[in-house]
Design a protein around this ligand. Structure first.
Ligand SMILES: *Cc1c(COP(=O)(O)O)cnc(C)c1O
Length: 441
C-alpha cells in the first residue's frame, strides 16, 4: 500500500542542497519568505480548499499561535506542584480553561489536549490500554474501507504489537456489517474495538458494537479525528454518550483549531494512566501557544459550533448533488450522500484518483485521493470536505459554480485556463470569515 512505501522525494531534497550551496543565509531567508507568500497565494488568495482533513482557524486564533507561550517549556501537568518549570501560572489558567471548555463541548468528565495530533492521541491510548489494562487484541477498520492507519498495524497498534482483526464492512455502503461482526466477535472476543475513519459519510453504530463487546468486557475507542467539530456542534452523535470508553480526535480538522490532538473520557480509571502516559512517557513540551489558540477555537465552537457545522452538512449535500448532476459517481446517493462534512466521488478512470486530484490542484481546487474497497495499486476515491468554504460563508450559487468547474476539470471538458480563471475569481469573493468572536476577516 502506498503509505507503506513513502519516502522523501530525493530530487526536491537535492535541489535544496544545491540552493544551500550557492546562497547566503540572508538570501535563504528571503527565499523562505517568498515560499511562504507563494503558498499563501496558491492556497488562500487564489485557491479553494476542499481537503476534508483540514479546518480553517480564525485569524484571531492564528494570531495567538505567535504569542510568547510558544517559546516556553511546558513539561508536566497543571499546577505548581506538577510542572517541571516555573513561570507558568498564566499558562496553567489557560490550559485549565481549555480543558473545562473541551469537557463542556464533548459532554465528558475528563479531557486532555496535550497531544500533538490525532495519531499522537491514539498512540497514548493504545499504550495506556496495553500497559494498564492488559489489552493487546483489537478489531479495527481496514484502510481500504475508510479506516485510518493510526488505528492499524501501520501505526501505533503495530508498533505496540497489538494483534489485529478487521471489522466486516459492506463494500457498497461502507457500513459495518453488525451481524457478521457479532458472529466473528463471539469467537475472538476482541478486548478492544477501534472505530476511526478518514472516510466517514455516516455515523458509526457505536452503541450496537459496544452492546456486543460488553458481553466479555470489551472496550471501545472512538477516534473522531474528522468528526470533532461536528460532535462539538451537536450535529453528530456523541460517541461517549453512546458507550465509547475513550474518544480521541484531531483539533485541526472540522474542529477548526490549531493542528493538535485531544483525548476525552468519562471513567476515572483512565485518568492517571492517560495523564502519566502523556507526561513523561510520550510528550515533553506540548506547545502552550497551541493550547492558547485551541482555547479560543473552543470558545468559537461553544458560541457558533451548531450553526457552523449544521451549515457544513447542508453545503456538503449540495456539493454532492451538484457533482452528481454533472455526471460524477458520488458515493451513497441513495442515502442522501452524507451526514458529515465529506463528499466522496468514485473515480474509476485509468489515471487513478491521485492524478485527478493533481489536475484539480493545478486549477486551484484542493482535495485528496482516498482508497475505496476494490482498490489495489491505484486509488479510486476523491474526497472533498466543505469545512473551510463553509467558514468562508460559501453560498448556494457559489457551490453551483464550484461543482461545475470540479466536474468539468475531472471529466476533461472544461478548458483548464478558463477553469483557473473561474477558481481565482471565486476565491477572491471569499473574504469574510464567519463564526468568529470578533468580526471576521
Ligand atoms: C487524521 C486522522 C488521524 C491523525 O490525526 P493527526 O492530527 O493528523 O495526527 C487519526 N485518526 C483518524 C481517523 C484521522 O482521520
Amino acid at each position: 500500500m502506498i503509505i507503506n512505501k513513502q519516502m522523501h522525494d530525493m530530487n526536491i531534497l537535492n535541489d535544496a542542497s544545491v540552493l544551500l550551496g550557492c546562497s547566503t543565509s540572508k538570501e535563504l531567508y528571503q527565499k523562505l519568505r517568498a515560499l511562504i507568500e507563494r503558498h499563501d497565494t496558491v492556497r488562500v488568495k487564489t485557491g479553494i480548499n476542499l481537503v476534508a482533513a483540514e479546518g480553517p482557524m480564525s485569524s484571531q486564533a492564528r494570531r495567538l499561535l505567535s504569542c510568547d507561550l510558544g517559546s516556553r517549556a511546558s513539561g508536566g501537568s497543571i499546577g505548581r506542584n506538577n510542572r517541571f518549570f516555573t513561570g507558568l501560572d498564566q499558562a496553567d489558567e489557560i490550559e485549565a480553561l481549555c480543558i473545562v471548555l473541551l469537557k463542556e463541548l464533548f459532554e465528558c468528565n475528563h479531557a486532555d489536549p496535550r497531544l500533538l495530533g490525532g495519531l499522537h492521541a491514539n498512540t497514548v491510548v493504545y499504550a495506556v490500554l496495553k500497559n494498564h489494562f492488559k489489552v493487546s487484541d483489537m478489531s479495527t477498520l481496514n484502510t481500504f474501507y475508510g479506516g485510518n492507519s493510526s488505528n492499524h498495524n501501520l501505526g501505533p497498534p503495530g508498533i505496540l504489537n497489538y494483534s489485529i482483526s478487521e471489522l466486516p464492512v459492506d463494500p457498497n455502503t461502507l457500513e459495518i456489517d453488525l451481524n457478521a461482526f457479532e458472529y466473528m466477535a463471539k469467537f475472538r472476543q476482541p478486548k478492544l474495538v477501534s472505530l476511526g475513519a478518514g472516510l466517514n459519510l455516516f455515523p458509526f453504530p457505536v452503541k450496537e458494537i459496544k452492546d456486543i463487546i460488553s458481553r466479555w468486557g470489551g472496550m471501545l475507542l472512538f477516534d473522531g479525528s474528522h468528526q470533532a467539530g461536528l460532535i462539538a456542534g451537536g450535529v453528530y452523535p456523541n460517541p461517549l454518550s453512546l458507550g465509547a470508553d475513550i474518544y480521541t480526535a484531531s483539533t485541526g480538522k472540522t474542529f477548526s483549531g490549531p493542528q493538535g490532538g485531544m483525548i476525552c473520557w468519562n471513567s476515572e480509571k483512565f485518568s492517571s494512566p492517560v495523564s502519566t502516559t502523556i507526561f513523561p512517557k510520550l510528550t515533553g513540551s506540548h506547545q502552550l501557544n497551541r493550547i492558547a489558540a485551541l482555547t479560543l477555537s473552543c470558545l468559537e465552537l461553544k458560541e457558533y459550533g451548531h450553526e457552523y457545522m449544521a451549515q457544513g452538512i447542508l453545503n456538503a449535500r449540495q456539493l454532492a448533488s451538484n457533482l452528481q448532476a454533472h455526471g460524477l459517481d458520488v458515493l451513497c446517493s441513495d442515502e442522501g450522500f452524507t451526514e458529515t462534512h465529506q463528499v466522496v466521488v468514485k473515480w474509476t478512470q485509468e489515471e487513478g484518483a491521485r492524478l485527478a486530484c493533481y489536475r484539480l490542484a493545478d486549477v486551484g481546487v484542493f482535495a485528496n485521493a482516498v482508497p475505496l474497497p476494490e482498490d489495489r495499486e491505484l486509488l479510486s476515491g476523491i474526497r472533498f470536505g466543505v469545512t473551510e468554504i463553509t467558514r468562508l460563508g460559501v453560498t448556494q450559487s457559489q457551490i453551483v459554480v464550484l461543482a461545475e468547474v470540479v466536474a468539468g476539470v475531472l471529466q476533461g471538458n472544461y478548458n483548464l485556463k478558463e477553469a483557473r480563471n473561474v477558481v481565482v475569481e471565486l476565491a477572491s469573493t471569499f473574504s469574510d470569515f464567519k463564526y468568529c468572536l470578533e468580526g471576521g476577516q
